[in-house]
Design a protein around this ligand. Structure first.
Ligand code: SF4
Ligand code: F3S
Ligand code: FES
Length: 244
C-alpha cells in the first residue's frame, strides 16, 4: 500500500464455535480497514476489541518466538503474528489448527499434544553423570553446538503437525517435530543414549516409518527447520541399522 492509496477493506472469514456449543462451527465474516504493515495479530485484535469480544485466539510474544499463534491461514498452517495481511487477498480465511484439541474459535491446545509427544520420546538429556558438571566440564565443539542450535530453533507451534496428512490419520504419530527432537538429542554428546535406544523410540509406524514423505511439514515450518533432511537422515540410519 503506497502512502496515498486507499486502504483495502479486508474481510476475515473466521471459523467460530466451541466444542460444547449445540450448533456446529461456522464461518463468520468480519471487516477491517487494512493498515500499513498490518499483521493478522493486529487485525484479529481489532476485531476482538471492536466487534467480537468473545473471539478466542492465542498470542503471547507477537514476534514469532512463543509458537502460540498457529492457525490455518487461507488453507495453510502459519503464525498469525508473522503473517502480513498485504501478502493475502482481501478475503482471508482463518481456521484452527487441525490434529490438536480444539478449545474454541482459533484456539487449540498444542501444549497437551507436545507434552504427550515429549514424554513418549523422552525429549530430555539422558545421562548417568551430573548434568551440571557435564555442561561445565565438557565444552561442546562449535560445529556440534551449532547443529544442535539449528534444530533447537523449533518453537513448538504445531504447524508441521497440522500440515501433515499422516498426523491427521494416525493419532499417535509423533510428527516431524518429534522426529526433529530425536535428531536433536541424538546429536547431543551429553546424551548417553545409543542409536538403538533412539531408534526404539521412533522405529515404528507412529515414528519414522509412518512418515510418507508428504513434506507439508517442511513447507510450512515458520522457522525454516531442515525437517526434510532430518527425516531422510533418520530413515537412512534406521534402514542401515536394520541391515546389520
Ligand atoms: Fe513449528 Fe517448525 Fe517446530 Fe514444527 S518444527 S513445531 S513447524 S517450528
Ligand atoms: Fe508428514 Fe512431513 Fe512426513 S508432512 S508424512 S512428517 S514428511
Ligand atoms: Fe508468539 Fe505468534 S504470538 S509466535
Amino acid at each position: 500500500m503506497t502512502a496515498n492509496a486507499t486502504p483495502r477493506r479486508l474481510e476475515l472469514r473466521i471459523l467460530r464455535g466451541t466444542p460444547m456449543a449445540p450448533s456446529p462451527p461456522q464461518f463468520e465474516s468480519y471487516f477491517v480497514e487494512e493498515a500499513e504493515g498490518m499483521t493478522l495479530f493486529l487485525a484479529l485484535n481489532e476485531i476482538r476489541s471492536q466487534q467480537a469480544p468473545s473471539l478466542q485466539f492465542d498470542f503471547v510474544c507477537r514476534a514469532g518466538i512463543c509458537g502460540s499463534c498457529g492457525m490455518v491461514i487461507d488453507g495453510r498452517p502459519g503464525l498469525a503474528c508473522r503473517t502480513l495481511t498485504r501478502d493475502h487477498g482481501s478475503v482471508i480465511t482463518l481456521a484452527p489448527l487441525p490434529v490438536f484439541e480444539w478449545l474454541g474459535d482459533l484456539s487449540v491446545n498444542t501444549g497437551k499434544w507436545m507434552r504427550g509427544m515429549a514424554e513418549r520420546l523422552e525429549t530430555w538429556i539422558h545421562t548417568t553423570g551430573d548434568p551440571d558438571r557435564l555442561s561445565l566440564e565438557a565444552p561442546m565443539e562449535p560445529a556440534e553446538a551449532e547443529a544442535i542450535y539449528e534444530l533447537d530453533r523449533c518453537i513448538e507451534c504445531g504447524c508441521c503437525v497440522a500440515g501433515c496428512g499422516t498426523a491427521r490419520m494416525r493419532e499417535d504419530f509423533v510428527g516431524a517435530i518429534g522426529l526433529n527432537k530425536i535428531a536433536r538429542f541424538r546429536l547431543d554428546p551429553r546424551d548417553e543414549r545409543s542409536d538403538e535406544d533412539f531408534f526404539a523410540l521412533i522405529g515404528d509406524d507412529d515414528g519414522v516409518f509412518g512418515c510418507m514423505t508428504l513434506l507439508g511439514c517442511h513447507d510450512v515450518c515458520p522457522k525454516g527447520l531442515p525437517l526434510q533432511t532430518q527425516i531422510a537422515f533418520l530413515r537412512r540410519k534406521m534402514a542401515a541399522q536394520a541391515l546389520k
